[in-house]
Design a protein around this ligand. Structure first.
Ligand code: FPP
Length: 234
């Protein structure tokens, strides 16, 4: 089977990782962020072209003010520190999600990274931050209506172009942390994705487990609604 072109990771379990160790939830997020860096390098070394990372959902704003503030600061800090690394490796960084109500310093670094990496060619990291799939679909509908396209002219390709980023469909979605759900992650792009759920909490999710998941993906029979090895009549 071909190397998956687009992998999505639903990052989950940072809080429980910390609680289990008697630490603050914020320590789990920090451990998760550190882990993410190594993992990204490994994933691109495997030849994957797009990596979508669900790091903050629109619903995550329901968390305590303290946790949300910590995460926003962590995002600013990590993006400032780490994006140079990806910039130098010719990786383009894009963001999916609504801008409101993100704080201005975060929006500034998001805009800077997006601009500075826009012509990079070796791979793409799509950070889903303040992201929700329902909003993405609604926002795409609004853009299409405002572009004055006639209803009968709307195609899948046009719809896709109006999503936050025009990315290939997801081939594989991995969720860490033991929950068996999508939590509003890239519903349009997930139409034919393979799923892999692991109990491992994200800060403990290592490249060896990623490699096992990739091997399991290679054994999946992806038919996209067709029938394997069936001879076409006519
Ligand atoms: C889910 O775990 C994780 C998040 C909501 C935050 C993820 C953020 C990072 C890994 C930091 C990434 C930073 C950068 C800059 C890329 P949870 O808190 O829902 O865990 P729980 O289910 O155990 O409570």
């Amino acid at each position: 089977m071909n190397i998956p072109k687009h992998i999505g990771i639903i990052v989950d379990g940072n809080g429980r990782w910390a609680t289990k160790r008697g630490k603050k939830r914020s320590d789990g997020h920090l451990a998760g962020a550190k882990n993410l860096n190594n993992l990204c390098q490994h994933i691109f070394n495997k030849g994957i072209y797009v990596l979508s990372l669900y790091i903050f959902s629109t619903e995550n704003f329901k968390r305590s003010k303290e946790e949300v503030n910590y995460l926003m600061e962590l995002f600013v800090k990590m993006f400032k520190k780490d994006f140079k690394l990806f910039e130098n490796q010719d990786i383009k960084i894009v963001f999916s999600g609504r801008r409101e109500p993100l704080r201005q310093d975060l929006l500034n670094i998001i805009d800077e990274i997006t601009y500075k990496t826009k012509d990079n060619k070796q791979g793409i990291i799509n950070f889903c931050l303040n992201y929700g799939s329902h909003f993405e679909i609604i926002d795409a509908c609004k853009k299409i209506v405002n572009s004055k396209i006639e209803a009968n002219e709307i195609t899948e390709a046009i719809f896709k172009k109006n999503l936050y980023n025009d990315l290939p469909d997801l081939d594989l979605i991995i969720r860490t942390g033991g929950e068996l759900r999508l939590s509003n992650f890239m519903l349009w792009q997930a139409a034919y994705a393979e799923f892999y759920f692991t109990n491992t909490l994200f800060p403990d999710f290592q490249k060896e487990e990623f490699d096992l998941i990739l091997s399991s993906y290679f054994n999946r029979d992806r038919r996209f609604g067709g029938v394997k090895n069936e001879k076409k009549i006519n």
